[in-house]
Design a protein around this ligand. Structure first.
Ligand code: ADP
Ligand code: TZP
Length: 270
């Protein structure tokens, strides 16, 4: 039986700074450079590439693979399939961020084909993306989330279906291993004004997946982002200073993990 109270979350942050895992990012052009900065700020090492010709070699040296389909291209998609199949072959942890799932038929087909590889230990998206993937009704407009009351059910369904950890972000974050569903109602709404804040969470989950099991990695990333956003907002005048302060606070918590207290996750009866 999984007991949240017994998990040492601050050790997860510390272990990343000690290990400096290499996170192979196959990600979108909007958030890519921010994700690289953020990876460094939390003690990980980023490498970003969407080139098929080096995908197998990069996977062999990477600790974790993050696939984010935000700005798809023919070459990038080809590279993703090389990397994903190789990651599965080598048993390297992989996380999928199905950005804009449901916005176009192309994204739906791509995500379904990626999931067919059975390579992913975590599927993380916003509430609308995950609700749709989990078989619930939701509206996706572009890559932004519209809230859906059925998200909690969707994470459980999705986790069960793909034998992985499913995560839906939003004003409430939901995480499920297919058996239990946990919810966290924290974080500052200015996160919604940073294009790529969901992508940042993907980078954090990937980093933590290199040192702990996927469920703990997902919960650590979401909790840290929520708490850091609240602290950052108190010091900020608007989204611009908020973004800079957020990176500072995430860096600070990563270097001084004992100052980070895990907020209370609610276990839902579903
Ligand atoms: N209204 C909100 N209030 C507080 N935190 C939020 C809110 N909406 C999203 N978040 C947080 O912002 C981060 C990104 O989530 P989200 O905006 O759902 O992803 P995406 O950027 O992929 O659409 C997550 O950490 C989530 O908890
Ligand atoms: C605006 C935009 N368009 C394509 S990818 C992207 C960034 C999406 O980032 P996030 O999913 O974290 O909001």
């Amino acid at each position: 039986m999984f007991d949240l109270k017994r998990v040492d979350f601050s050790k997860v942050l510390k272990d990343v700074t000690l290990r400096k895992p290499l996170i192979y990012h196959m990600t979108n052009g909007v958030a890519m450079s921010e994700q690289a900065h953020l990876a460094l700020a939390i003690g990980a090492s980023p490498v970003m590439s969407l080139y098929p010709g080096e995908a197998a070699e990069l996977i062999s040296v990477a600790d974790v693979l993050l696939v984010n389909i935000g700005t798809p291209s023919r070459e990038g998609i080809e590279a993703m399939f090389v990397a994903v199949r190789e990651a599965r072959e080598l048993g390297k942890p992989a996380i999928l961020d199905p950005v804009g799932y449901g916005a176009t038929k192309m994204r739906v087909d791509l995500v379904n084909r990626l999931l067919d590889t059975k390579a992913f230990r975590v599927i993380k998206g916003n509430g609308a993306e995950i609700s749709l993937l989990g078989g619930q009704e939701a509206q996706v407009r572009g890559v932004d989330s519209m809230d859906s009351p059925r998200t909690a059910l969707a994470v459980k369904t999705l986790a069960l279906k793909h034998d992985c950890i499913a995560v839906a972000t939003g004003p409430t974050d939901y995480v499920s291993d297919g058996k239990d569903v946990y919810a966290l109602r924290r974080g500052h709404e200015w996160l919604t004004l940073l294009s790529g804040s969901g992508c940042y969470v993907g980078t954090m989950m990937a980093a933590y997946m290199s040192v702990t099991e996927p469920l703990i990695a997902a919960m650590t990333a979401l909790a840290l982002m929520s708490v850091a956003s609240e602290v950052a907002a108190m010091k900020s005048d608007g989204p611009g200073t908020f973004r800079a302060n957020l990176f500072d606070i995430l860096h600070d918590f990563s270097l001084n993990p004992s100052s980070f207290d895990m907020p209370i996750w609610e276990k839902l009866e579903i």
